[in-house]
Design a protein. Structure first.
Length: 263
C-alpha cells in the first residue's frame, strides 16, 4: 500500500493530468522517440498520461547523436516516422536545422548533468575535485562512457582538458546501443560515466557522484514535433504535460532538474 504522502502526491499528479487531458481532442496514437537521459522520468509519466488522456503512446529509444543504427539521427535519416523527438538540446537544434523537426516547437523539459558509477562492493574512487577526477581516470583499469552527448563531451573535450587523453585512449570505451550502467554492472568496465538520470536506476551499482562543477557539462533534454507528424496536436498535448509543474516531482526524483517549478 502506498504511504499517505505518496498517495497525495499521486492524487495531485493525477489531477494535473486530468486537467491537461480535458483539453485534448479524440484519442490518438502518439509515436515518440526518446534518448536515454529523460527515459527514467518518461517511463513513469507516460502511463499516467495515457490513463488520464486515453491517448496511446508508442515509444522507441536511441542515442541523441551518433551513427548507431538505433540512434535518433539514424532512425530519422532512414525515414522512421515519429510525432515527438526527445533528446539533448544541441542535437534537437541540429535536427531543426536539418528540417527533421518543426522550427519553434522545441520545449525544454529538464537540466541534466554527468555522473560516475561503479559496481556495488568495489571501492568508490574520489572525483570530488578536478585533481581527484584526473587521478581516478589515470588509475582506472577500464572506463566506459556513452556514445551520446555525455560521452562526446568526455572524449572530445574533458579528457583533453584534464591532460589525460593519451593515457586513457586504450582503456576508455565508447558504449553503443546500451546503457553504460549495464557494462559496468556486468564487470566489463571498472568505472562508467553517463547522465546521472541514466545511472541511478541501476541498483547493482553505487553512484559515486557528479563531475566536479568546474568541468561539469549541463545540458537540457528537450522535445520537438517531428516534421510530418501524424498527430501534431496530440503530440503538443503530451509535450505540455511532460514540461508541466505536475510532472516536475517525478523528473526531479529521477536525477534531473525540471525546468518547470513543482506545484
Amino acid at each position: 500500500m502506498p504511504t499517505i504522502p505518496l498517495l497525495f502526491r499521486r492524487l495531485a499528479l493525477a489531477a494535473g493530468l486530468l486537467l491537461a487531458a480535458s483539453q485534448a481532442s479524440t484519442a490518438a496514437d502518439i509515436h515518440v522517440v526518446s534518448s536515454g537521459g529523460f527515459t527514467a522520468a518518461y517511463n513513469q509519466l507516460v502511463p499516467l498520461y495515457e490513463q488520464a488522456s486515453q491517448n496511446k503512446v508508442t515509444t522507441a529509444y536511441g542515442a541523441s547523436i551518433g551513427s548507431a543504427p538505433d540512434s535518433i539521427p539514424s532512425r530519422l535519416a532512414r525515414g522512421e516516422s515519429f510525432d515527438i523527438v526527445i533528446l539533448a538540446d544541441s542535437a534537437l537544434d541540429d535536427l531543426i536545422r536539418q528540417g527533421k523537426v518543426v522550427p519553434g516547437s522545441r520545449v525544454d523539459f529538464a537540466r541534466s548533468i554527468i555522473g560516475m558509477s561503479v559496481r556495488k562492493g568495489t571501492p568508490k574512487p574520489d572525483i570530488s575535485s578536478v585533481d581527484a577526477l584526473r587521478q581516478t581516470l589515470l588509475n582506472a583499469k577500464s572506463i566506459a562512457y556513452s556514445a551520446s552527448a555525455s560521452g562526446t563531451y568526455l572524449s572530445t573535450e574533458l579528457f583533453q582538458r584534464l591532460g589525460v587523453a593519451e593515457q586513457v585512449k586504450n582503456k576508455a570505451k565508447k558504449i553503443f546501443s546500451e546503457r553504460v550502467g549495464t557494462v559496468v554492472e556486468r564487470g566489463d568496465a571498472e568505472i562508467g560515466f553517463q547522465q546521472v538520470s541514466e545511472l541511478l536506476p541501476f541498483k547493482d551499482l553505487d553512484f559515486v557522484g557528479p563531475l566536479p562543477q568546474e568541468v561539469q557539462q549541463t545540458i537540457f533534454f528537450s522535445a520537438g514535433i517531428a516534421v510530418g507528424a501524424k498527430e501534431p496536436e496530440a503530440a503538443r498535448h503530451l509535450i505540455r504535460f511532460l514540461a508541466s509543474p505536475a510532472a516536475a516531482p517525478i523528473v526531479r526524483r529521477t536525477g534531473m532538474d525540471p525546468v518547470a517549478a513543482a506545484p
